[in-house]
Design a protein around this ligand. Structure first.
Ligand SMILES: Cc1ncc(C[n+]2csc(CCOP(=O)(O)OP(=O)(O)O)c2C)c(N)n1
Length: 328
């Protein structure tokens, strides 16, 4: 498949934005939390699941989306939200618990919601799949050619919600694409200890839909697989399942000692870092010069710095607003 240069470049620019966002959140997260690791202290209280390494999965889908498409993601949502164009300032503010955040600071980093672009995520594993089916059913009934995309981890693929969603999506021929981000670990549990087969994409045939494996953590591979699946869904040809072998470069959550992965494993992951490999490839293929790559990175960093500054300087919600914007 011939991929437009603009898409190849936009995927890199977005990867740079995601990676720097995650790096800044990681640094700020530890402010005032140490040495005792007081999870409630600091500018970003609560748990934090970062997605460094998983950028290709999110950016490979992004160029195929249209206004009105719906996305659901997980407790590790930043890369997907950023790739979909969720407002970066409001997203950062939500993570900092500020009143200017997407949910007025009441959801935090696992509960980022945006109406346009349509994005939702949840700390409940597997929650996004039936929700995406609901959005897809609505598009179908409304006669729209929008699609719903559901991102989830390989751990979630052993939840009942996965099997129920795939069955219903196929039965009702829904315009939905399921994207499994296989980073090999569900917290500390390796996939080999939880899943009877090697490839979750093989499960698709049991539900009568195409299943595609993207075997390396490559934005171009994701772009091609997602392009085909999204086209099918828009054309009324039903759902698909895509599995991407990706990398979680850091711990499951911040504060995770990550002792269940060996030094060799971590070293091998680092050697495959997509933020090194992808720009190298674009440069070697003459799509970017090193100077272009630097300029894109610089612009991405500036946008992130502005968003973080916005979040830091925003006010907290007022105590008297505690019951506003919540189901009570
Ligand atoms: C229904 C439910 N069960 C258990 C948990 C606790 N939990 C949080 S993250 C996680 C592992 C998820 O693994 P995976 O789906 O592979 O996603 P990853 O963390 O690798 O991105 C678990 C079991 C939860 N949040 N929700």
């Amino acid at each position: 498949m011939e991929i437009p240069r603009d898409d190849l470049v936009a995927m890199y620019a977005t990867m740079a934005k995601i990676r720097y966002f995650e790096e800044r959140i990681k640094e700020i997260y530890y402010e005032d939390k140490l040495p005792a690791f007081d999870i409630a202290a600091g500018p970003i209280p609560g748990e934090m699941h970062l997605a460094a390494g998983q950028e290709p999965v999110a950016v490979g889908v992004m160029p195929h989306l249209r206004p009105g498409d719906a996305i659901t993601a997980t407790h590790r949502p930043h890369h997907v939200a950023i790739a979909q164009g969720v407002d970066l300032k409001q997203m950062a503010a939500e993570i900092f618990g500020k009143d200017t955040g997407l949910g007025h600071g009441k959801g935090g980093h696992m509960h980022l919601f945006s109406v346009e672009p349509s994005f939702g995520c949840s700390g409940i594993i597997g929650e996004g799949m039936p929700v995406a089916c609901g959005a897809a059913l609505a598009f179908k009934k409304q006669g729209k050619d929008n699609v719903a995309i559901s991102f989830f981890g390989e751990g979630a693929a052993n939840q009942g919600a996965f099997h129920e969603s795939l069955n219903l999506a196929a039965l009702w021929n829904l315009p939905v694409v399921f994207i499994c981000e296989d980073n090999e670990f569900a917290i500390s549990v390796p996939k080999s200890a939880s899943t009877a087969i090697a490839d979750n994409s093989d499960r698709a045939s049991a539900y009568g839909m195409p299943g595609v494996l993207v075997p390396d953590n490559d934005p171009v591979g994701v772009y091609e697989a997602a392009g085909e699946a999204i086209r099918r869904a828009r054309d009324g040809r039903g759902p698909s399942l895509i599995e991407v072998r990706t990398l979680r470069l850091w711990g499951h959550f911040e504060g995770d000692a990550d002792a269940y992965r060996s030094d060799e494993y971590k070293q091998a992951m680092g050697d495959k870092d997509p933020m090194v490999r992808y720009p190298e490839r674009l440069i070697s293929e003459g799509i970017l010069t090193p100077a272009d790559a630097d300029a894109l990175k610089k612009a991405a960093h500036e946008e992130v710095d502005e968003a973080i500054e916005f979040a830091r300087s925003s006010p907290y919600p007022a105590p008297e607003d505690a019951l506003k914007h919540v189901f009570a």
